[in-house]
Design a protein around this ligand. Structure first.
Ligand SMILES: *Cc1c(COP(=O)(O)O)cnc(C)c1O
Length: 382
């Protein structure tokens, strides 16, 4: 039997044609017509006017923070429940992450805790340079209260939409909420370029500055002149060609991922102690990864037993993100709350969620999960 991966790439068939065009026109370069077209098409897809294609989502976050003027010792608020890249980028220019727990409804930045943290920061006379809001597992954060609070304190929001391309919140696309937003085309995301990212913004100056910094901050001169430290962060024309082929099927990919989620929920949702990632009423999630939680007190099994049972059947699954405040590298950083994300980490599992999963694959995965539950608890499942 073939191994089932967590979230493998899923090509549309159009990518090769576009890559062939890049080869035949000799645009095997960092920059080129596919990069320009990918940026235009991407900006249109997320409803934000300006976009710059970059080598990774992490690079996009780094540039967004740098352009906001993040400097040594500046604090930046970040959800503790996220992938390390969100917090890592804060540290590149000497920033200090301050972690805030997620809420039970969205698993994203808790707006109430954020408000309390900002009030305390203001009372100390030291506001953070920015708030990074993350759209985790394909679901937007609750932007209405988040943006309102941040506007009150005049703190800009950067949106880490790396996991949420194709999601909406109050009918607006993920990536359209912050001062700037970062996307990722890593191999495990809803669409991939094998590796890559995009920075988008409503503010042309932000994207122009990012493009400048991403190409070694070359001043406009015929010779090589530099007045600032830059980076080599651009996306190659070859990878942009792959991205265009992928972007064309984004809606289908989201539909397939949501279908996976519904299959799992029907098959496993009635097991005692099993919960699924809630979908907040105000948005439409992509279900990038299907996440469930297993409460061992009621389930008669636990997250790790289920994960190992899947692994024995050559099925890849993963615990949910380990919160940043529990990571050795961020020991000593301030955290507000943390119990919700700690519990999600202990009890949560991401099931295989690729958009190319077949009905047979899904049956095989569900049967394996069921077998990991004690027989007395299986009857109530679908
Ligand atoms: C994938 C991811 C990133 C980083 O994207 P890369 O393209 O891998 O650098 C950032 N934040 C979150 C939440 C992610 O899931």
């Amino acid at each position: 039997m073939k191994r089932i991966y967590l979230s493998p790439p899923h090509l549309s068939g159009r990518e090769l044609e576009l890559v062939r065009d890049a080869f035949e026109s000799n645009w095997v370069a960092p920059l080129g017509p596919h990069v320009d077209a990918f940026e235009r098409e991407f900006a249109a897809a997320v409803g934000v006017p300006h976009a710059v294609a970059l080598s990774s989502g992490t690079a996009a976050l780094h540039l967004a923070l740098r352009i906001l003027g993040l400097g040594r010792g500046d604090e930046v608020i970040c959800p503790t429940f996220t992938f390390a890249a969100s917090a890592n980028a804060i540290t590149y220019d000497g920033g200090v992450p301050v972690f805030v727990d997620c809420d039970e409804q969205t698993w994203n930045l808790d707006p109430g805790l954020l408000r309390a943290e900002l009030a305390d920061c203001a009372a100390r006379g030291r506001l953070p340079r920015a708030v990074v809001a993350v759209d985790l597992y394909g679901q937007c954060a609750d932007y209405e209260p988040i943006l309102e609070t941040c506007a009150e304190y005049d703190v800009p929001v950067i949106e880490d939409a790396a996991e949420a391309l194709g999601a909406t919140y109050k009918n607006r696309p993920a990536g359209s909420f912050g001062r700037a937003a970062a996307f990722s085309f890593n191999g495990n995301k809803v669409i991939t370029t094998s590796g890559g990212g995009m920075l988008v913004s409503h503010d042309k100056a932000v994207v122009d500055k990012a493009r400048f910094l991403a190409t070694q901050a070359r001043d406009p001169a015929p010779h090589y002149q530099h007045s600032e430290i830059g980076y080599n962060y651009r996306l190659s024309n070859i990878l942009a060609a792959i991205g265009r082929g992928q972007l064309a099927v984004l809606a289908e990919r989201v539909t397939a991922r949501r279908r996976n989620f519904e299959f799992y929920r029907r098959a496993l949702g009635n097991l005692p102690g099993v919960g699924f990632h809630p979908e907040a009423a105000c948005g439409r999630a992509t279900r990038w990864l299907t996440c469930l939680t297993i409460d061992p007190a009621r389930a008669g099994t636990d997250r790790e037993k289920v994960r190992l049972a899947l692994e024995r059947q050559d099925i890849e699954s993963r615990p949910l993100w380990k919160p940043m405040h529990l990571q050795p590298v961020f020991a000593g950083c301030r955290v507000r709350g943390g119990e919700v994300s700690a519990r999600l980490f202990e009890q949560g599992l991401c099931l295989p969620s690729g958009s190319a999963l077949t009905g047979e694959d899904l049956e095989r995965i569900c049967a394996t999960v069921l077998q990991a539950f004690p027989a007395r608890n299986r009857g109530s499942a679908g």
